[in-house]
Design a protein around this ligand. Structure first.
Ligand code: TTP
Ligand code: MG
Ligand code: MG
Length: 438
């Protein structure tokens, strides 16, 4: 039998039995879900993402839905939040207009989102992660990074086995399935978790990283959205392998700091650390436009919706931030960041938005922008956030109103209530963005 130190070591994800180097099924339980990899016992950065999260929670709570195509969504904008894997076979995708989804899959059961429930389940899963290590960095309601380096003595198991047991525990105790990516860095752990969904477990080792990336599209790189991919395409770059042949100097000359990111990530070089809650530097959301925008009204509308996204993430993680950061990127990729420190930490969309607006005001000078982002830094837990403001009575009223809106959204979904700023102004819903690369 292969030992833990043997590069041929493998194990069964179902019964955890150690495996011989050969054989497609577990010699103990017969399961085909075997994990083998030469770096299996060396890798310690994991990314976990729940499978079809909202839909899976609804299926769990109503077994009649189990084999049916289920779509979560609706609300005013009428888009799909998520679809279960049965509905995905018919072509239903997140962010698709509901009428299109129902054309593709007329038998689908449509369920309005129950955000309060999903936040609660997300927290339960996060707690299970924290049972493994305090080094848990949530990225969204259904996903997080874990750094398991140095936990082997505690768990008497290498990270790969700890994560396989974790995914079994989530299935058993929460009733949901997750997919796990395991690697030596965040960039590849996240790619890996998406590679073998649902119920997946993928491993990308250091030795294979460059080859693995070579034939993948540049959009796989963190921060390369549609607009930037189009710019690269114009320069004849579509595949990560092409970036691997380019030097740092020319890449930076052409694309600024983004060039450095392309250089490093294309080669699988990513030294960002997993930052547990409270230690993470900021929570932010940004969007790159299909066409550059210079008008105040359009920017403000998008800023409002991004502020709400940031606020939702802060509230879900029970944290608040004291410094509001506005980020703009001009059409020629020049970055402008502007900060303002508040008197006390906030997690309210309204305060983030108003501060962002006043920072934005000074930047409206006819320049056209390709990206806007808003975030907060100086994070702390939410105990001291947004104290009742004795001076600004209006602000208190707005905070109360926001609490009421949150409750409605908790009940009926994020799109149930739209404020005057976003209503009707946004053509495409802004995407959540990855955090900045160090
Ligand atoms: P994702 O993890 O992106 O998607 P998912 O969990 O539904 O499916 P997958 O198996 O591919 O991971 O998002 C988590 C939840 O966030 C998702 O269940 C619903 C919500 N969401 C939206 O509301 N709108 C969106 O456009 C996306 C992508 C997700
Ligand atoms: Mg998911
Ligand atoms: Mg996710």
């Amino acid at each position: 039998m292969a030992s833990l130190n043997d590069p041929r070591y493998g194990f069964c994800r179902d019964c955890m039995a150690a495996q011989r180097a050969e054989g497609r099924r577990c010699h103990v339980c017969g399961s085909p879900r075997l994990l083998r990899h030469p770096e299996l016992c060396r890798l310690s950065i994991a990314h976990v993402d729940c499978d079809a999260f909202y839909a899976a929670v609804e299926k769990r709570d109503n077994p009649e839905l189990r084999d049916k195509p289920v779509i979560i969504g609706g609300g005013k904008r009428g888009v799909v939040s998520t679809a279960c894997y049965v509905a995905r076979i018919h072509g239903v995708k997140s962010a698709m207009p509901m009428f299109k989804a129902l054309e593709a899959c007329p038998n689908a059961v449509v369920i309005p989102p129950d955000m309060e429930k999903y936040v609660r389940v997300g927290r339960e899963i996060r707690q299970m992660m924290r049972d493994l290590t305090p080094m848990v960095e949530p990225l969204s309601i259904d996903e997080a990074f874990l750094d398991l380096a140095g936990t082997e003595r505690l768990h008497h198991d290498p990270p790969a086995r700890v994560m396989a047991k974790f995914s079994n525990r989530v299935e058993r105790e929460i009733g949901l399935s997750v997919s796990v990516g395991l690697s030596y860095c965040k960039f590849l752990a996240k790619i890996a978790s998406d590679f073998d969904k649902p119920r997946g477990f993928s491993i990308i080792g250091e030795a294979e990283a460059k080859d693995f990336l070579a034939d993948k599209p540049v959009t796989m790189i963190w921060g390369v959205g549609k607009a930037f991919a189009a710019t690269l395409e114009k320069d004849g770059i579509r595949m990560i392998g092409q970036l691997q042949t380019m030097e740092l100097g020319p890449l930076m000359a052409a694309y600024g700091t983004m060039g450095q990111r392309l250089f490093r990530l294309s080669r699988g070089l990513d030294t960002r650390r997993v930052e547990p809650n409270g230690e993470s530097k900021s929570v932010s959301a940004e969007t790159t436009f299909n066409e550059d925008i210079g008008t105040r009204d359009e920017l403000v509308a998008i800023l409002r919706s991004l502020s709400e996204k940031v606020s939702r993430r802060l509230k879900a993680a029970d944290i608040a931030g004291r410094t509001v950061v506005l980020k703009l990127k001009t059409r020629d990729f020049k970055l402008r960041t502007r900060n303002r420190q508040l008197a006390d930490p906030t997690q309210l969309a309204d305060r983030i938005f108003r501060t962002g607006c006043s920072l934005l005001e000074k930047e409206i000078d006819g320049t056209r922008f390709r990206l806007i982002g808003i975030g907060v830094s100086d994070l702390s837990d939410d105990g001291r956030a947004d104290p009742k403001d004795l001076v600004d009575v209006q602000a208190t009223k707005r905070a109360v109103a926001e609490g009421a809106i949150d409750k409605l959204r908790g009940k009926f979904g994020n799109n149930a209530v739209e404020t005057g700023y976003t209503f009707g102004k946004i053509r495409t819903p802004p995407k959540a963005s990855p955090e900045e690369l160090e």
